[in-house]
Design a protein around this ligand. Structure first.
Ligand SMILES: Nc1nc2c(ncn2[C@@H]2O[C@H](COP(=O)(O)OP(=O)(O)OP(=O)(O)O)[C@@H](O)[C@H]2O)c(=O)[nH]1
Ligand SMILES: [Mg+2]
Length: 276
């Protein structure tokens, strides 16, 4: 069995930074977590990738191809589709090797349409599962955008759309907690144990638009509440304890360690005949 987190989330939400921080944190705890760059448009990141999709295909090359005439977003979708063609998959399979118990983080592109309603990521998940990977989604959102009720709801719906589309264990992480001031952090804490619909009801500066759709936002908040669908783990990457918390949750989602324990024990029931 192998393990992998698809690190997903909107552009600039902190996916690559999360991957780098988690890889470094794992080293400190004597574990190896490797990072796969799955973003064909990536320019720079601060981890050393185990493999890099840009060795297969680069967004710049696709966009410069005059026959195809793609812009950045269409070009990115083309790159991801290319990865899922038989040739691309052969390349990926070979690059991934077949080391037992590997733990990988896939640093994914920030175009959330790839996983909220297109099937590219879903197909990748199925392929990874066929190669004996246990896969979870780690959905990363910038905490700075989550401190008012309307944006909290909108972020939650993006997380929810991804969760429903991918159908794998799912964890939501709020990044950049180190950038919040005390007041913002307190505000956010209220959202972390949310009675979302009550929070929405108590919003003071309701715009005319929001007023019109108040019932709708209220109902959506209630759905999120009633089904406990979307929960968040705050992450401060400067705090090792916070990184440990997240690693425990992602290990749990992947059931990492359970098989390792069983393998180590080699338990046999005693034979009653042996007893005196
Ligand atoms: N202070 C602080 N800055 C962060 C944190 N996470 C990300 N950043 C900064 O936010 C910016 C975007 O972070 P990235 O990790 O590149 O985000 P991304 O989700 O990989 O972005 P795309 O790949 O472009 O979608 C960078 O300038 C990071 O340094 C964090 O936890 N704390
Ligand atoms: Mg990135």
């Amino acid at each position: 069995m192998r393990y992998c987190q698809l690190v997903l989330g909107p552009a600039g939400s902190g996916k690559s930074t999360y991957c780098a921080a988690m890889q470094r944190h794992a080293e400190v705890s004597n574990r190896v977590i490797s990072v796969v760059n799955l973003d064909p448009a990536a320019e720079a990141f601060s981890y050393q990738p185990l493999l890099d999709v840009r060795d297969l295909i680069q967004l710049d090359d696709v966009m410069q191809d005059e026959d195809m005439d793609f812009g950045p977003n269409g070009g990115l979708v083309f790159c991801m589709e290319y990865l899922l063609e038989p040739d691309g998959l052969d390349w990926l399979k070979e690059q991934l090797g077949d080391n037992e118990d590997d733990c990988l983080l896939f640093d994914c592109p920030g175009q959330i349409e790839l996983y909220t309603h297109m099937d590219v990521m879903k197909r990748l998940v199925e392929q990874l599962q066929a190669w004996d990977f246990r896969v979870c989604a780690t959905f990363v959102l910038d905490a700075g955008y989550m401190v008012d009720a309307a944006r909290f709801l909108s972020g939650s719906l993006a997380a929810l759309a991804t969760m429903v589309q991918l159908e794998i264990p799912h964890i939501n992480i709020l990044t950049k907690m180190d950038l919040l001031n005390r007041a913002a952090r307190r505000q956010l804490e209220m959202f972390l144990e949310p009675e979302i619909h009550e929070l929405l009801a108590s919003e003071h500066n309701v715009s005319r638009f929001n007023k019109k759709y108040h019932k709708l936002t209220h109902a959506l908040g209630k759905v999120l509440d009633d089904f406990s669908l979307v929960r968040y783990i705050p992450l401060n990457i400067n705090d090792e304890e916070s990184l440990t918390d997240v690693l425990i949750q992602t290990d749990f989602a992947l059931q990492y360690g359970e098989d390792l324990d069983v393998k180590g024990k080699d338990f046999e029931y005693p034979d009653p005949e042996d007893r005196e």
